[in-house]
Ligand binder design. Structure first.
Ligand code: SAM
Length: 214
């Protein structure tokens, strides 16, 4: 039976509790190589262009802003502490709102890109499908949705699997688990499984979805 620490699709017990502090979160992420992952994501998937309208849901302290020069950025997270940190660091680079992915209000849509970096593995299948339905209404007709999450994979190392099993998110799945839910809502879904992007053994599911051929 889930306890309070699982209510938001997240384990927050023990050492994980301090990751709720924005500075600690960003520092640990950077040591583990999260900026390498963000660089790959920006260069190979997002391909930002000036003026592109981006909504980043589950933005955390908004470290991704540094990799999206020139875009119009809106970040949303249900952690008030993360949003406060994002505002303190990037007030002139975007707008930041406290909000839950399950109850997104109408931000300054439509967006060319909606991102969810490290968010879907905090959602059950039902929450994820409902989330995709909302996301689809926030996009321009040719807009894209991009997500990145840890995943289980047959050909990942046992170390990667062990690290991923200890993630804060309660719903880490094989890549097909993320893709199957997106297929219910989007006409076109592409999935890459990437191993070893950060500085440690790890496997990421990177998904790009849209209603028009990419
Ligand atoms: C793994 S962190 C990723 C943060 C950021 N995107 C990054 O790449 O550093 C997941 C983020 O999702 C947020 N989150 C989890 N569930 C959420 C929900 N239902 N609504 C909004 N934010 C959520 C958490 O507060 C956390 O900031």
């Amino acid at each position: 039976m889930p306890t309070d620490q699982y209510e938001a699709g997240e384990k927050t017990d023990g050492w994980r509790a301090i990751l709720g502090l924005p500075f600690i979160y960003s520092t640990v992420q950077n040591i583990l190589g999260a900026n390498r992952v963000r660089r790959v994501l920006a260069d190979q998937y997002v391909k930002p262009i000036p003026g592109m309208r981006v909504l980043d849901i589950g933005c955390g302290p908004a470290d991704m802003v540094n990799f999206l020069p020139g875009v119009t950025y809106v970040g949303v997270d249900h952690s008030a502490a993360y949003i406060e940190a994002a505002r303190a660091r990037f007030a002139d680079r975007g707008a930041f709102h406290v909000g839950d992915a399950g109850e997104l209000r109408s931000y300054e849509q439509p967006f060319d890109l909606v991102m969810a970096i490290g968010l879907l593995h905090h959602m059950s299948d039902e929450q994820m499908e409902a989330f995709f339905t909302i996301v689809a209404t926030l996009l321009t007709p040719s807009g894209r949705f991009i997500s990145l999450d840890p995943c289980y994979s047959d050909n990942q190392s046992s170390i990667a699997r062990a690290i991923i099993r200890r993630d804060r998110g309660l719903f880490v799945r094989p890549a097909t688990g993320y893709q199957d839910a997106a297929d219910q809502v989007f006409s076109h879904v592409e999935m890459d499984v990437r191993h070893g992007l950060p500085r440690m053994p790890y496997s990421h599911a990177i998904m790009v979805a849209s209603q028009t051929q990419l």
